[in-house]
Design a protein around this ligand. Structure first.
Ligand code: HEC
Ligand code: HEC
Ligand code: HEC
Length: 133
């Protein structure tokens, strides 16, 4: 004999269980993968291929800093015919003009907090400084 009292709740539980992945995704708080904003100035190339930059921009920045500060080597880098000094403000932020929309979008996702900005100004801070001068 069928028992209505157990079949309905049983079905309900079954439906919830089967559709779990659907609503779990819809309501989960996991943040979507970051989409760093490409340079608003329309530049097409980075100082190295994008895949290389994604993997090792931290090492590149360290190398630049050591070469500039320890060896006094201020050689410029050329990208697409334009020259840039080897530095955060001197190069990276000339193209990636928003620290927030570019650097931070990934770093927040990856939970890294580069301490560079303790001393180096982001473009946002630089603009603010000019306004208040
Ligand atoms: C001349 C302009 C320019 C300079 C200078 C520059 N970038 Fe880029 N960067 C770009 C462009 C354009 C792309 C996208 C390239 C592509 O998709 O092929 C990019 C891509 C990247 C990526 C990969 C982003 C992604 O979506 O995966 C990282 C990371 C990055 N740059 C970091 C840096 C850092 C750090 C510096 C300074 C050391 C720097 N860039 C200097 C123009 C620049
Ligand atoms: C495509 C994503 C992405 C973008 C865009 C990006 N980063 Fe990163 N960055 C990372 C990740 C992931 C790490 C951590 C890597 C690790 O620990 O191996 C990192 C680490 C770093 C570190 C080392 C921090 C530490 O504590 O070890 C520095 C410095 C840094 N990024 C600078 C920058 C700057 C400056 C920009 C913007 C011009 C930038 N990054 C843009 C993904 C990104
Ligand atoms: C304690 C302060 C401080 C911190 C933190 C710091 N820097 Fe610097 N950085 C300096 C000073 C000062 C200079 C020298 C500026 C000059 O002589 O032009 C410099 C110069 C540089 C240069 C050489 C090019 C330029 O802009 O003059 C690079 C590249 C650089 N820093 C990268 C980094 C990165 C990447 C981080 C984070 C991982 C970082 N710095 C954190 C103080 C700091």
């Amino acid at each position: 004999m069928y028992n209505k009292r157990t079949i309905i709740p049983g079905l309900a539980i079954f439906v919830v269980f089967v559709t779990f992945p659907l609503w779990f995704n819809a309501f989960s708080t996991a943040s979507p993968t970051p989409k760093p904003e490409l340079p608003p100035g329309g530049e097409k190339q980075c100082v190295a291929p994008a895949s290389e930059m994604r993997a090792s921009h931290m090492q590149l920045l360290n190398e630049w800093r050591d070469e500039v500060l320890r060896d006094g080597d201020r050689q410029l880098v050329t990208v697409d015919g334009k020259q840039y000094g080897r530095g955060l403000q001197l190069a990276c932020m000339q193209c990636h003009t928003s620290k927030e929309k570019f650097c931070d979008s990934c770093h927040e996702y990856a939970s890294v907090k580069p301490y560079c900005w303790d001393c180096h100004l982001s473009p946002e801070e630089e603009a603010l400084k000019k306004e208040t001068l």
